[in-house]
Design a protein around this ligand. Structure first.
Ligand code: DQA
Length: 148
């Protein structure tokens, strides 16, 4: 089983970026926790972050060749990117959309997601824990699918 984790714009700044909204944990620390969890679960995992929409599309196209599923925090592109939506749909892989903040409790433009309707599920508002919850969610989904 293989899971690919995609992070979009400004998530490389976690830890210093608006800590009252996104917390103080860095992306490196979150990725280390996911890596540890994946080892415990016997799953392989890989990570990619970019501030650029095209680079994110390119990487989804690369990862889709071998991955079983995506976890994606597309940052602001969640609310705007038809290209990311199409890339995920083209992959035909299940994915979980995730956010550190509760996007529905924030500005109205964050209430819309171009990714959510095709996702297996959505995790939003648990800070850095959203990543670990999304990992648990996709893993139980994949295991359930495999046992059918
Ligand atoms: C975010 C929420 C988005 O609205 C925002 O643009 C981000 C981070 C989150 O994780 O809470 O960059 O995806």
């Amino acid at each position: 089983m293989h899971i690919s984790v995609i992070n979009g714009p400004n998530l490389n700044l976690l830890g210093q970026r608006e800590p009252s909204v996104y917390g103080v944990e860095t992306l490196e620390s979150i990725e280390a926790k996911l890596k540890k969890k994946s080892i415990t679960e016997g799953v392989s995992i890989e990570f990619f972050q970019s501030n650029s929409e095209g680079a994110l599309v390119d990487q989804i196209q690369k990862f889709m060749k071998h991955t079983n599923a995506f976890l994606i925090n597309a940052g602001a592109y969640t609310h705007t990117s038809i290209a990311l939506r199409d890339a995920l749909l083209s992959s035909s892989k299940p994915y979980v959309e995730l956010h550190l903040s509760n996007t529905f409790a924030r500005e109205e433009f964050r209430h819309k997601s171009l990714l959510a309707d095709n996702a297996v599920g959505l995790v939003s508002g648990f800070g850095s824990n959203s990543y670990l919850l999304a990992f648990d969610g996709i893993l139980s989904y994949l295991r359930n699918e495999n046992s059918k």
